[in-house]
Design a protein. Structure first.
Length: 429
């Protein structure tokens, strides 16, 4: 077990501690340091090794941090891959950077899991009370700024400094910019084609949101969707995505016997919104959408977080005639028993299995098994992340239903997508 508080409870305890420290340190004119520690590429770790292993790694990581503590130091986990360490009673900035160096030294030794070695690297943002800020929020914000500075520099730690602030694009900035983007409709939907692999004809497309900021250029949804999930902006973004997609598909040409489908990514968070079913249903009425055309993708891992609420909402959406697809399938570390009641009609095998399936016998075996199992449950199986013809052909042989990946086409804006459909020649093999 992790012997330090995690997530929400950690955050609350941290705020309480900071409140106490700030009020007593203000009186005594003493300094303390806040270190924000972030594990690099934690998401990739989850994808490559699975949640179970990543969790074990996180446990060991937390243990190592805890060993380092001297009374009255304090450490807590505040996000999936973020930890905050408080060092009370330091005399100057040098003390704090020394601690950061020490931390890095200790964390850079490999972790041993299931008799394999894993390396982890961290970035650390450092901020001092009262030098950089004197309130809880602004202290943590300054630590975020310092962390971004560390991420973007060759050094893996950085101390907050006023001059880094205006150019930095931290979580705080994203929130404000995101709101502006929502108000000004700065988003665009891109579409990545999906092909019915056995017949070779176009099946439809996955809609992927794109946000281009004036200064920063394209900001990846991987970066801003989690921020929006945290602060509630995700509801508005979801409305925008659904309405845009349903409006745009009305411009797509009719080819073949069945209309082209659109797959929209839904954050599992919105499944808790009591109005979500009604709002999707009324968007379909407004845009005159044929129910069979809409696919909703939910990632497997998010689904597992709150299975009872998610399943209830998904069943209602399925009852409306929509297709539910389980995205990133195979990374959610799930118990197979949920399959008996799964409110889905489609599985999207995670890209990580597809990328290496030609080289890795293990990955090939997983893909084959998922296809077989999916079909056993009457589910259509989609493979995404197909980057070459050999992979496409192998998936066809395995009986996979739908294909998506750079080999076929990259995500593209509406206009190009329509041209792409019109020029597409069915794959002949
Ligand atoms: O291609 P890409 O970088 O767009 O996608 C990165 C991630 O962002 C994927 O996991 C995808 O599911 C997610 N994503 C893309 N568009 C949307 C969207 O409109 N809503 C939500 N919730 N997630 C999206
Ligand atoms: O999590 P989700 O499955 O929604 O993520 C879709 C993401 O995968 C998008 O970011 C999309 O651009 C990306 N993508 C789609 N096809 C390929 C591919 O063939 N190779 C790689 N590397 N990424 C892909
Ligand atoms: Mn998806």
């Amino acid at each position: 077990m992790r012997n330090i508080p995690t997530h929400t409870s950690g955050r609350e305890a941290l705020f309480n501690l900071l409140e106490d420290l700030i009020s007593s340190y203000k009186k005594n004119e003493k300094k303390f340091a806040v270190l924000l520690i972030n594990i690099n590429n934690f998401r990739e770790l989850n994808t490559s090794y699975g949640y179970k292993l990543a969790d074990k790694l996180l446990d060991q990581f937390a243990e190592r941090l805890a060993e380092l503590l001297h009374q009255p130091d304090y450490i807590t986990q505040i996000g999936n891959s973020d930890f905050v360490m408080i060092l009370p009673g330091i005399l100057n900035e040098g003390h704090a950077t020394l601690a950061a160096l020490k931390l890095q030294e200790i964390l850079s030794e490999s972790f041993n899991l299931d008799s394999q070695e894993y390396k982890v690297s961290v970035d650390i943002g450092i901020t001092l009370f009262p030098d950089h800020a004197t309130e809880i929020e602004s202290l943590l914000q300054a630590a975020e700024v310092a962390l971004s500075e560390a991420r973007n520099s060759t050094s893996s730690y950085a101390v907050y400094s006023e001059k880094t602030k205006p150019n930095e694009f931290n979580t705080w900035d994203i929130e404000t910019k995101l709101q502006k983007a929502l108000n000004n409709h700065e988003f665009e939907l891109y579409f990545q084609p999906q092909i019915s692999i056995q017949s070779g004809i176009v099946f439809g497309a996955e809609a992927l949101i794109r946000w281009k900021d004036e200064e920063r250029g394209f900001i990846r949804p991987d970066i801003f969707i989690p921020v929006a999930e945290n602060n509630g902006q995700i509801y508005e973004i979801t409305q925008w995505t659904i309405n845009s997609a349903l409006r745009l598909i009305n411009e797509w040409p009719d080819i073949g016997d069945t209309p082209l489908k659109v797959a929209i990514n839904l954050s599992a968070k919105v499944l808790n919104d009591p109005d979500i079913v009604d709002s999707i249903s009324s968007a379909m009425t407004i845009w005159g959408t044929d129910r069979e055309r809409l696919i909703l993708e939910i990632t497997e891992s998010a689904l597992m977080d709150d299975m009872s609420t998610s399943f209830k909402t998904l069943n209602e959406l399925k009852a409306l005639g929509l297709t539910i697809s389980i995205d990133d399938f195979g990374t959610g570390y799930s118990s197979m028993s949920y399959f008996k009641n799964i409110p889905a009609s489609e599985l999207k095998i995670d890209q990580s299995f597809i990328f290496n399936m030609l080289e890795s016998k293990m990955d090939r075996h997983i893909v084959k098994t998922v296809i077989h199992m999916g079909h056993g449950f009457d589910l259509k199986v989609v493979a995404e992340g197909i980057e070459n013809k050999e992979t496409y052909d192998a998936l066809k042989d395995m009986g996979c239903d739908i294909a998506q990946g750079y080999y076929l086409a990259r995500p593209m804006p509406q206009k190009e997508f329509i041209e792409w459909i019109n020029n597409y020649q069915p794959q002949k093999n």
